[in-house]
Design a protein around this ligand. Structure first.
Ligand code: GLP
Length: 259
């Protein structure tokens, strides 16, 4: 794992966008993994700016999103399909149909989950996956207590996640769906590279557990300790509970410019 504790959101966005730029320069047909949530928004803003400046293009790339609520109408503003188009993909030059997400309204959700996993595999797998982390340590919508080897599946959201996400539903926790379709932890771990962004004090405990706790279903994000190419980008608030913060800073500073 590489861990960077950076001064602000702009610095986080720049480092993450560099990874995307390097990948798209090397392979314009790269397969990208996209996350919804507020954590990746500065990165998406930076990617939009770099595309508009002609530094990168998504015209030959493809993308898969991580997860989706079950049962929200497809055109609901908080359906993750709408969110990712609005926040990012409609602002850059992806080809029509190049961005896919699981269908939370499929008549057979189990079959849809299997189809989505297969679609990722058929695309050759995800080259670079952007991730946020839930305050309870979830990745995508893999809540505590699930299998660390899961594939895309139907999940049940915890009360805490529903409360956290109520801010997107006018503060009404009852309006937040109870179920989701999510890439599994096993699916996410197959991405060839991970870039996880966590900012803000409410992520500090989850970040400490993720990087320094024992790998456990209680904190699903701890699984990334097993990933061979995971880059974790933090602000000072999210890094506040890290035991090895000074060491991560030293390693990051001594490695900068090496790759
Ligand atoms: C949501 C999403 C996750 C996201 C997390 C954190 O529940 N399913 O993919 O990482 O919450 O969101 P935010 O970045 O807004 O804090």
């Amino acid at each position: 794992m590489k861990v960077a504790i950076l001064p602000d959101l702009a610095a986080i966005a720049a480092v993450a966008a560099d990874r995307f730029e390097q990948l798209l320069t090397r392979d314009p047909e790269a397969v990208l993994g996209l996350a919804t949530g507020s954590s990746p928004l500065p990165l998406y803003g930076e990617l939009v700016a770099r595309q508009q400046a002609g530094r990168i293009s998504f015209s030959r790339a493809r993308a898969f999103t991580l997860d989706e609520y079950v049962g929200l109408p497809a055109d609901h503003p908080q359906a993750y399909r709408s969110v990712i188009h609005r926040d990012f993909t409609d602002q850059v030059d992806f080809a029509a149909g190049a961005v896919q997400g699981p269908d939370g309204n499929a008549p057979d959700l189990g079959a849809e989950a299997a189809r989505y996993d297969a679609a990722i595999r058929e695309a050759g797998g995800i080259d670079l996956q952007i991730l946020g982390i839930g305050a309870d340590g979830h990745l995508a919508f893999n809540e505590p207590g699930g299998s660390l080897a899961s594939r895309t599946h139907v999940g049940v959201l915890t009360q805490r996640t529903r409360r956290d996400n109520a801010r997107f539903f006018d503060g009404d926790v009852d309006a937040v769906p109870t179920h989701c379709l999510t890439q599994g932890l096993g699916t996410i771990m197959e991405a060839r590279g991970l870039v996880l962004i966590a900012t803000g004090a409410n992520k500090a405990t989850a970040v400490h557990e993720m990087l320094e706790g024992g790998v456990s279903a209680l904190w699903p994000a701890t699984l990334i300790q097993f990933h061979p190419d995971a880059l974790v980008l933090l602000d000072e608030d999210a890094a506040a509970e890290l035991t090895l913060a000074d060491y991560y800073r030293e390693v990051w500073e001594s490695a900068s410019g090496l790759d």
